[in-house]
Design a protein around this ligand. Structure first.
Ligand code: NI
Length: 394
């Protein structure tokens, strides 16, 4: 079939997509609590006669669309959760839930997912394979994807390809990011407990001061990226929490620092983890303190398959000749979509969604976040066509 049909078909659905998005936007739900959202999704999938599985990782949904022709399986993932942010957009469709807001665009993603199903359903008889729609809870740092994988989302059938997209307010509508290779960093969280010896603030010689040691460690950790990592590669070490002490005249017995590490490759990751430990222990020891270090992996990096990314780039170019297709955009942010991509040829696309002329360019997670809704049909047709292209290319 002529894949460009999806563009016209999607434009004809524009009002419906916007209405769906605004409904989700009015009713945002935090991770693992997306009951209303999941209800709307399940009903839409059932109406399209898909095989629907609900309650996966609490509120997750898997819906299978089996095409009229045999072929491989492509997994399409859409995240559904909102954030603990008090909305300040003043939009007529603003959140009706106090302190909860769709400040990352996942309302748009959910609406796009439903629309993609509608678009593909129209051509189901000639669809060459299976589309596995995954509506995921709790993407925002709560491990929704990992739980869905643990509950079998990558089996029956095992996807041959995985695909996801994110509306991207760093870039305007008309921009599409499809970078081959690593595009989002793997993330670790670390906690370093520094133990000294408590004492009187006026008698430091009788104490071992963990506050001073923790301060030195905080500074020394900044040498890991600047002095140890190859300057041509990317990494981040950020200390984001520093806790010590209860009173102005007491040297506390311990201090705690926490933070995050971001890397793209196993080599850089191993180096950074090793140096964070060595530097922390070494500096603490020099100051007479002991350390307990815990580093926990949150997500692996998101890495686009080169062949898949190239195929989707040329598809996007042919569908949207006016668009800017960027093959360089990447971020040190992380995404648990990585768990649904590991070992599977995959792609993660960014779709520019801002419009600064209408003040629709606040950053993600900001109380003023909103995007240009005209991007919704674009993204829907791009995802539907990408799924089709992957199925027919096999
Ligand atoms: Ni997001």
């Amino acid at each position: 079939m002529d894949i460009s049909q999806f563009v016209h078909q999607s434009n004809a659905l524009a009002d419906e997509i916007v209405a769906l998005r605004r409904d989700f936007h009015r009713h945002p739900e935090l991770g693992f609590q997306e009951h209303r959202t999941a209800g709307v999704v399940a009903e839409a999938m059932t109406d399209l006669d898909l095989e629907v599985h609900t309650g996966i990782a609490e509120t997750g949904i898997v819906a299978l669309m089996v095409g009229g022709k045999p072929g491989p399986t492509v997994l399409l993932r859409f995240d559904m959760d909102a954030l603990p942010v008090q909305e300040e957009t003043g939009a007529p469709y603003a959140s009706t839930h106090d302190g909860v807001m769709h400040a990352c665009g996942h309302d748009g993603h959910t609406a796009i997912g439903i629309t993609v199903a509608k678009l593909l359903h129209e051509h189901r008889a000639s669809l060459p394979g299976v589309v596995k729609f995954v509506f995921q809870p709790a993407e925002e740092g709560m491990g929704g994807a990992e739980r869905m994988v643990a509950e079998g989302v990558l089996e029956n059938p095992r996807p041959d390809y995985s695909l996801a997209m994110h509306l991207w307010n760093d870039k305007p509508r008309g921009w599409i990011g499809i970078k081959p290779g690593p595009i989002m960093a793997g993330a670790e969280m670390f906690e370093i407990v520094i133990r000294g010896k408590g004492g009187h603030g006026a008698a430091p010689h009788q104490a071992i001061d963990p506050v001073l040691a923790a301060a030195q460690i905080t500074i020394a950790l900044q040498s890991v990226v600047s002095r140890n990592v190859d300057p041509r590669k990317s990494a981040v070490v950020s200390v984001t929490q520093f806790q010590a002490g209860e009173a102005f005249n007491i040297i506390p017995s311990h201090a705690i620092i926490r933070g995050t590490i971001r890397t793209f490759t196993p080599e850089v990751r191993d180096l950074v983890l090793q140096r964070v430990e060595e530097v922390s222990r070494g500096v603490a020891k020099a100051m007479g303190c002991d350390t307990k270090i815990e580093i926990t992996q949150l997500t692996p990096p998101v890495v686009n398959d080169h062949a898949v990314a190239r195929m989707l780039k040329s598809l996007a170019e042919s569908m949207f000749p006016e668009a800017t297709i960027d093959t360089n955009e990447f971020t040190m942010g992380s995404e648990d979509m990585a768990f649904l991509m590991e070992g599977i040829p995959s792609a993660y696309l960014f779709v520019g969604s801002s419009d600064s002329s209408r003040n629709l360019d606040a950053p993600h997670h900001n109380p003023h976040f909103d995007f240009d809704e005209a991007v919704l049909p674009i993204a829907s047709s791009l995802v539907a066509a990408s799924a089709w292209r992957l199925l027919e290319a096999s």
